[in-house]
Design a binder for this molecule. Structure first.
Ligand code: ADP
Ligand code: MG
Length: 509
């Protein structure tokens, strides 16, 4: 071999080595960046840890905060608002009642016919419409005029001459914003949430404003009940099953209410109710405890929100936020590794990954996770994601959902603990005596909201955690029951029980 030949051979060998080194280097780097993405998932999983020991701490903290919120105004981040609802219908009533439901994704107008048999399906009609965006930040007059005119149209469509001859209609108003209740049918708006911001209504009586708007439209209706959506849900739950003691909503937001003994409401000493009990609206979305498993994603989401340090529990649980937590984790993975290719600018857009999209990825059961790929591509503009990375995304959805569902479960058991139905006072406190024997009392919690009703993994995680915390002996006696349209129908039921002295109602406790 001549000099040239030797030089060529050496050159080729060197080039081959270089190519090999580059390939190996790339592989190592790829493995390293894959590892980094996995570490992000592992850290998330650790940070979201909601094992049963931790959940029991949350249960205790919830019960303690409930006590504190009942002891004094401002005594806890839980507002524990009085509702003045102290009795429910017993199911034998008849008549037609109306309801409005404001504060959900859609505004609803309802008519409910009570047939005199609570186990039979109530006849009801619902009309849903979105609130036009501009009215959410307009004036109180504009908003209530829209509501009154929708109600007017609904009433005018009544074909039944018997209904048209009804003199004065009774209305239940579900208004799912924090309200300081002054009676069962009136209350003052404390603050707006959920994107509403109409300053001239804050501090005013909500029912009075609605009644003014109705009378301007010539509508002869009386607001017989002003309730929160959870109270409506409890009323419907109780109508069907009188062992119902609490109601929880897990939809866009989350909240709960429950039946409390009047003498346990220390901040309103001397409160007299006919039944000796009262429904308390917890506003539990604002619950806070150092035992909550909080991650840097929660801290960032809170800091970027219009209401920092507010609604911390809700921000870990409800439909408004879960998708955005997942987006933040994917963004971190994308920044710290190259598993998603170059960082997509869409990943920095807040709330671009809405919870139903996150749910669709989590529930994708196709072998190649086609839906995950589609959403990553179409919504987040991340194309060509390999299967193992899609699996990573599904895992992120799972960790975030599992924590949310298990925390909501701990909240529910917290309520049961507060009212002595969790079996923690020895199982005895949850028992009732029947003759010489005693048995564990049946306890029902009404649940409503898209996350629980439409997201089966969420529902399963929540049910499983409630059973895990309560243990084998007590959990078969605690039933979580879905109600439908309870937030609206229930308002009509509360209106009915407060409309006429001739209507019988049952004791709460
Ligand atoms: P709202 O809370 O507004 O009264 P819903 O109880 O119907 O209304 O809950 C709607 C919320 O539930 C949405 O904001 C969304 O986050 C969530 N959601 C809607 N569809 C689904 C779904 N298929 N699976 C899980 N969550 C859903
Ligand atoms: Mg709702």
């Amino acid at each position: 071999m001549g000099k040239v030949g030797v030089g060529l051979a050496v050159g080729c060998a060197a080039a081959a080595c270089l190519i090999a080194a580059v390939v190996v280097g790339r592989r190592v780097r790829r493995r390293r960046t894959w590892k980094r993405a996995v570490v992000v998932l592992e850290e998330l999983d650790q940070g979201c840890g909601a094992e049963v020991g931790r959940l029991r701490q949350v249960v205790d903290a919830m019960a303690v905060e409930m006590h504190a919120g009942l002891a004094s105004e401002g005594g806890s981040k839980l507002k524990m608002l009085l509702t003045f609802v102290d009795s429910f219908l017993n199911g034998s009533e008849k008549g037609t009642y109306y309801a409005l439901d404001l504060g959900s994704t859609n505004f609803r107008v309802l008519r409910v016919q009570l047939g005199g048999n609570s186990s039979a399906l109530l006849e009801h009609e619902v009309e849903r419409k979105p609130i036009p965006q501009h009215l959410m930040t307009s004036t109180s007059e504009d908003l209530f005029d829209f509501i009154a005119s929708s109600l007017n149209e609904f009433v005018e469509k009544e074909g039944d001459p018997e209904l048209s001859s009804v003199k004065r209609r009774e209305l239940g108003f579900t208004f799912s914003f924090p309200v300081k209740q002054t009676s069962v049918s009136s209350g003052i708006l404390i603050k707006w949430t959920k994107g509403f911001s109409i300053e001239n209504l804050v501090g005013k009586d909500v029912s009075e404003c609605l009644e003014q708007a109705m009378s301007k439209r010539g509508l002869d209706m009386r607001v017989a009940a002003l309730v929160n959506d959870t109270v409506g849900t409890l009323a419907l739950g109780h109508y069907h099953d009188e062992d119902t003691v609490a109601a929880v909503i897990i939809g866009t937001g989350t909240n709960a209410c429950y039946l409390e003994r009047a003498d346990a409401i220390i901040k309103s000493q001397g409160l007299l109710t006919t039944s000796g009990g009262m429904v308390i609206n917890m506003e539990w979305g604002n619950f806070w405890s150092t035992h909550l498993p909080r991650t840097s994603y929660d801290v960032d989401l809170d800091a970027d929100s219009p209401n920092p340090n507010d609604q911390s529990f809700e921000k870990m649980i409800s439909g408004m936020y879960l998708g955005d937590i997942v987006r933040r984790v994917i963004l971190r993975m994308s920044q710290e590794s190259d598993v998603f290719g170059p960082v997509s600018s869409r990943l920095s857009v807040p709330f671009i990954l809405r919870t139903p999209l996150m749910v669709a990825m989590h529930e994708d059961d196709s072998p190649d996770l086609r839906e995950v790929a589609r959403i990553l591509n179409d919504v987040l503009e991340i194309p060509d994601v390999p299967l193992k990375v899609r699996k990573l995304v599904v895992n992120v959805c799972d960790v975030v959902t599992r924590r949310a569902a298990r925390l909501a479960a701990a909240g529910i058991v917290g309520i049961l603990k507060k009212i002595g139905r969790d079996g923690s006072g020895g199982v005895t406190s949850a028992r009732i005596k029947t003759g010489s024997q005693s048995k564990i009392r049946r306890t029902v919690v009404a649940i409503e909201g898209g996350l629980y009703t439409s997201y089966s993994m969420f529902r399963e995680y929540l049910n499983e955690a409630v059973a895990e915390i309560l243990g084998e002996e007590v959990s078969p006696h605690v039933i979580l029951k879905v109600t439908e349209d309870g937030s609206g129908i229930g308002a009509a039921l509360v209106a009915a029980s407060n409309s006429s002295p001739s209507v019988d109602s049952v004791q709460l406790l």
